[in-house]
Ligand binder design. Structure first.
Ligand SMILES: Cc1ncc(COP(=O)(O)O)c(C=O)c1O
Length: 492
C-alpha cells in the first residue's frame, strides 16, 4: 500500500498528491463523527447533531410553495416542456439574459436598492467556491498574496490557494473589540508581507462574516477602500451572506460605499473592486451551484467570463432561478420572512446559552453563532481547544467547529450553525449544551440575568477522561477512510 502511494506521488502532479485541499485535517473529524452516528428524532435520538453546516433551511416551505405554483419554471413538467429544447441546447457562457437581469435585480434588492448592478457585469460560476478561484486566477500569480482578516471561512484556503498557488496572509483581529478590522492591523499585515518579500495583490473581506455573524460598518468599509486604494491592491468582497442580516444595523455593501465615494468625489479606483455572490446562503440553494462574480473592472469581467466555461451554471437552473427571482412578490416576502425566522432562531439559541453562562459574540447576521467557551479551556491554547472540541463531539454529541479551523488567533471560540435543523433538533441541541454545562460538579454559576456571564466567577473543569479514549481515533483519522467524503459539507 505504502509502495503504491510512493509510486503515485511520482506519477501524479504536485496538486494531485499534495494536501492543498485541506481534507486531511482534524477539522473534518467532526463530519466523520456525524456521518457514523447521525442524529434522527425517532431512529437515532442520541446521535450526533450536525451543527457544522452553514445552511439556510428555515424558509424552505416558501420555496416549495412557489415551485408548486410555478410549474412552468421547470422544463420537465407538462407546463414547461415546450421550452425544453431551447434551454437544453443553450450554451453561451454569458448566461441567459433573463438570468443575468434577475440576479442583478435580486442583488440590488438584497442591498436595500442602495446600489445598482449592471447585468452585463454578472459572470456566473460554480458557487462562490468557483467564483473565488476564478477571481484569484484573474488577479494574482502563484506566490503572490491576499490579506485576509482572521478568523475566516476555512474553505478560502482551498478556493483561493489550492490550484492557483496564491497565498493568504492573516490580518489579526481580536475579540477585545469584536474582531474589528482596523487600519493598524491591515498595515501590520501589509508590512509583514513586504518584510517577507511577498507581493500583496489584494485583500479579501467577508461581509457579513463567516464565522462571526457580524457585519462591517460603514466606517470600516471606507477605511478598507482607502487602504486598498493607497496600496493600489485589489479588494474582493464576499457578500454571500448579505440577506442573512436579521436585525439592525442594516447591511452595507461595498457597492454602496463606492457609489457614495463617487458622489462625494472621493478618489476610488473601481477597477480594484470585485464582489463575490452566490445563492447558497441567502436563498438556501447550495446544491444549485449559482455563484456570481461582479467586477467593476472590464478586463476582469472579460477574463472571468472566459474562465467561467470551467464552471457554468446549468441552463436549466438559470431558467428556474430567473423565473423565481423575477417574482417580486415572492422575493420580497421570502427575504423578510427568512430574516424574521433567522432572528427568532438566533434569539432562542443565544438566550438559552446565556442562561447557563455561555456567551456568544454579539451578531446580527449569518447562519451561525460564534460561541465563547474560552473559560472552559484547561489552558488558553489551541491544544486545549481541540480537547474541549473532542468532548463536545463525542460526549455532548454536537458537531460544532473549533475556532482554530477558522485561523482564529484566540483559543476557545466555536462556530455553531443554527439554521440547518428543525425546531425540535434545535431544542435537543440546546438542552445537550445546557446540561453539559450544568452537570459539571465544579461549576459555580452566577447570574443568568447578568449581561456578561463570562465576567462572573465561572470555574469549570472538564471531565476529560472519556475524551481521551477518542484521542487514539482522532490521531489516526486523517489517514483513515471515511464513510462519505466530507468535501461537500466542508464547503460551508
Ligand atoms: C464566506 C463563504 N464564502 C464562500 C462559500 C462557498 O459558497 P458556495 O456554496 O456558493 O460555493 C461559503 C460556504 O460556506 C462561505 O461561507
Amino acid at each position: 500500500m505504502m509502495m503504491m502511494k510512493n509510486n503515485n506521488n511520482n506519477l501524479l502532479s504536485k496538486i494531485a498528491s499534495g494536501n492543498g485541499h485541506g481534507e486531511e485535517s482534524p477539522y473534518f473529524d467532526g463530519w466523520k463523527a456525524y456521518d457514523s452516528d447521525p442524529f434522527h428524532t425517532t431512529n437515532n435520538p442520541h446521535g450526533v447533531i450536525q451543527m457544522g453546516l452553514a445552511e439556510n433551511q428555515l424558509s424552505f416551505d416558501l420555496v416549495r410553495d412557489w415551485v408548486k405554483r410555478n410549474q412552468s419554471a421547470s422544463i420537465c413538467t407538462i407546463e414547461g416542456v415546450d421550452e425544453f429544447k431551447d434551454i437544453a441546447i443553450f450554451q453561451d457562457y454569458h448566461g441567459l439574459p433573463e438570468f443575468r437581469n434577475a440576479v442583478a435585480n435580486f442583488m440590488e434588492k438584497v442591498r436595500g436598492n442602495k446600489a445598482s448592478f449592471d447585468p452585463n457585469r454578472i459572470v456566473m460560476s460554480g458557487g462562490a467556491t468557483g467564483a473565488h478561484e476564478t477571481v484569484a486566477f484573474c488577479l494574482a500569480n502563484p506566490g503572490e498574496a491576499f490579506l485576509v482578516p482572521i478568523p475566516y471561512y476555512p474553505g478560502f484556503d482551498r478556493d483561493l490557494r489550492w490550484r492557483t498557488g496564491v497565498q493568504l496572509l492573516p490580518i489579526h483581529c481580536e475579540s477585545s473589540n469584536g474582531f474589528k478590522v482596523t487600519r493598524e492591523a491591515m498595515e501590520k499585515a501589509y508590512e509583514k508581507a513586504q518584510e517577507d518579500n511577498i507581493r500583496v495583490k489584494g485583500m479579501l473581506i467577508t461581509n457579513p462574516s463567516n464565522p462571526l455573524g457580524t457585519i462591517l460598518d460603514r466606517d470600516t468599509l471606507r477605511t478598507i477602500v482607502r487602504f486598498i486604494n493607497e496600496k493600489n491592491i485589489h479588494l474582493i468582497a464576499d457578500e454571500i451572506y448579505a440577506a442573512t442580516v436579521f436585525s439592525k444595523p442594516s447591511f452595507v455593501s461595498i457597492s454602496e460605499i463606492i457609489e457614495e465615494e463617487e458622489q462625494n468625489k472621493i478618489e476610488c479606483n473601481k477597477d480594484l473592486i470585485h464582489i463575490i455572490y452566490s445563492l447558497s446562503k441567502d436563498m438556501g440553494f447550495p446544491g444549485f451551484r449559482v455563484g456570481i462574480i461582479y467586477s467593476y473592472n472590464d478586463e476582469v469581467v472579460n477574463c472571468a467570463r472566459k474562465m467561467s466555461s470551467f464552471g457554468l451554471v446549468s441552463t436549466q437552473t438559470q431558467h428556474l432561478i430567473a423565473a423565481m427571482l423575477s417574482d417580486d412578490m415572492f422575493v420580497n416576502h421570502f427575504l423578510s420572512e427568512s430574516a424574521r425566522r433567522l432572528a427568532i432562531r438566533h434569539k432562542l439559541f443565544t438566550n438559552g446559552l446565556s442562561q447557563v453562562g455561555i456567551e456568544c459574540l454579539q451578531s446580527n447576521a449569518g447562519l451561525f453563532l460564534w460561541m465563547d467557551l474560552h473559560k472552559l479551556l484547561k489552558n488558553q491554547t489551541n491544544e486545549a481547544e481541540m480537547e474541549l472540541w473532542r468532548v463536545i463531539i463525542h460526549d455532548v454529541k454536537l458537531n460544532v467547529s473549533p475556532g482554530s479551523s477558522f485561523h482564529c488567533p484566540e483559543p476557545g471560540w466555536f462556530r455553531v450553525c443554527i439554521a440547518n435543523m428543525d425546531d425540535h433538533t434545535m431544542k435537543v441541541a440546546l438542552t445537550r449544551i445546557r446540561s453539559f454545562v450544568m452537570k459539571n460538579k465544579e461549576l459555580t454559576l452566577v447570574v443568568p440575568n447578568k449581561k456578561k456571564c463570562w465576567q462572573s466567577d465561572l470555574k469549570l473543569r472538564l471531565s476529560l477522561s472519556r475524551s481521551r479514549r477518542f484521542e487514539h481515533d482522532f490521531m489516526m483519522s486523517p489517514h483513515s477512510p471515511m464513510p462519505h467524503s466530507p468535501l461537500v459539507q466542508a464547503r460551508n
